[in-house]
Design a protein around this ligand. Structure first.
Ligand SMILES: Cc1ncc(COP(=O)(O)O)c(C=O)c1O
Length: 418
């Protein structure tokens, strides 16, 4: 052992880990208020669906299947394939890609513990320290943590313009700029239904991105399409995928799926990564990389959950009805929120289905705003540049009443500022 070299120690408690889990903290505050008996609490901190009685919503069709059709032996045993096996792969591709044969034929699937497992493995194994990743300035924050852990450099694009509308030009301009400085560039797009805004890009937006990437053949691109909320998209045929048909060989696409979200079995921790490229050899290489990574980290994914996905595909009519009902409920919640906001002039960022709503705010008033809201028994998630309101977890009536409370509180903050 060299004497002079300072040794690191596992027991060095001076290096404190800073870990801001704002969502969990905000939801604990709401839970505390509910448990202390406060009436009419608006808990809009949760990213999972709640029913109209503010109880946790689960698809009955999924859990009937999981409870009655999947045996204890399956639930208890290891999945024989690290990547989830051929049936899981086929069903995953069929659900995601619909009738896009070009995507089905040139892709491979690897199961993961949730969408988080998929995203973190892609960032760790597909990107590297020489890659820069372009991320919207309104984003699902753990993605930044994942990039930081893997030492992947992040650059933000401005996702909305001054009129709170999607700012495609900034995204395209940032790609132009980055191509001059970096060879390898990744794009992280949580589309459709971006968290925390629920904005969904149009097919035109995707087409412009593909054209842009195709115009820089000396660069290499990875599109990370986080499709965590895709099952709730108003574009139920996933028609935007057709825009990938003309993508050139300098781009790789990875789709990161969250079955936690799609099937409301968040705790069973199942997701998948689907790798697509024009060249099947590239696809195989990346797939193998992900399988080895899985083996070296979490090993197999949840066998019972994988079999539930496979079985559900054989008979999914009840699930589709339940899902459609939930989409209609979400639409009613959002319509209420939107109509009331319009009447009183409460601004929020452009959105599609309104699973979440984001109110943009100056950083310096966010804490005060949250404090005032909490005093009115309203709990939301603070962001770096606004607040996220989980319409997914409020009922239709609450969505009608909430805009007024949000607007009044905003006026109070502004009054305090004077
Ligand atoms: C945008 C986004 N991507 C991925 C995930 C990860 O989902 P999972 O629970 O499947 O890990 C989430 C979860 O909240 C999310 O909001």
């Amino acid at each position: 052992m060299k004497k002079n070299k300072k040794q690191s120690s596992y027991f060095n408690i001076e290096n404190k880990i800073n870990f801001d889990n704002t969502i969990i903290e905000a939801s604990l505050k709401a839970k505390k208020a509910i448990e202390s008996g406060v009436q009419n609490v608006y808990n809009a901190t949760i990213g999972s669906l709640m029913d109209e009685k503010n109880n946790f919503f689960v698809f009955k069709s999924v859990f009937d299947l999981y409870n009655k059709k999947i045996s204890d032996q399956i639930k208890a045993s290891y999945c024989p394939n690290i990547d989830g096996g051929i049936d899981f792969s086929n069903v995953t591709k069929k659900w995601l890609f619909k009738d896009n044969i070009f995507l089905i034929e040139n892709s491979l699937v690897c199961a993961s513990p949730g969408g988080s497992g998929s995203l973190s493995s892609v960032i760790k194994k597909v990107l590297d320290e020489n890659t820069v990743v372009l991320i919207p300035d309104y984003t699902w924050e753990p993605i930044e943590l994942m990039c930081n852990q893997s030492k992947v450099k992040i650059i933000n694009f401005k996702m909305f313009n001054d009129n709170n509308m999607f700012y495609l030009d900034d995204l395209l301009n940032k790609i132009d700029y980055l191509t001059q400085k970096y060879k390898k560039i990744a794009l992280y797009l949580n589309d459709p239904i971006h968290n925390p805004t629920s904005f969904s890009m149009s097919n035109y937006h995707w087409k412009q991105i593909v054209l842009k990437l195709n115009s820089y053949l000396n660069n290499e691109f990875v599109i990370i399409n986080d499709v965590a909320y895709i099952e709730f998209s108003l574009d139920s045929d996933n028609t935007y995928l057709k825009e990938f048909k003309n993508i050139k060989n300098n781009s790789l696409i990875v789709f990161c799926i969250s079955y936690s979200k799609s099937l409301t079995f968040y705790g069973l921790r199942l997701g998948a990564t689907v790798v697509y490229h024009n060249d099947k050899n590239v696809v195989k290489n990346i797939h193998d990389l992900l399988v080895v990574h899985a083996r070296a980290n979490w090993s197999n994914s949840n066998h019972g959950a994988i079999e539930t996905v496979v079985e559900l595909d054989k008979k999914n009519d009840t699930y589709l009805i339940e899902k459609q009902n939930m989409i209609s409920t979400l639409k009613k919640r959002f319509d209420n929120f939107k109509n009331e906001s319009k009447k009183i002039g409460l601004d929020f960022l452009e959105t599609s289905i309104g699973f979440f709503i984001t109110i943009p705010l100056n950083e310096n008033i966010i804490n005060k705003y949250i404090e005032i809201l909490n005093n009115k028994n309203v709990f939301v998630v603070p962001l770096k540049n606004g607040i996220r309101v989980g319409v997914c977890s409020l009922n239709i009536q609450q969505c009608k009443k909430l805009p007024n409370i949000l607007k009044t509180a905003l006026m109070e903050v502004k009054e305090n500022e004077r």
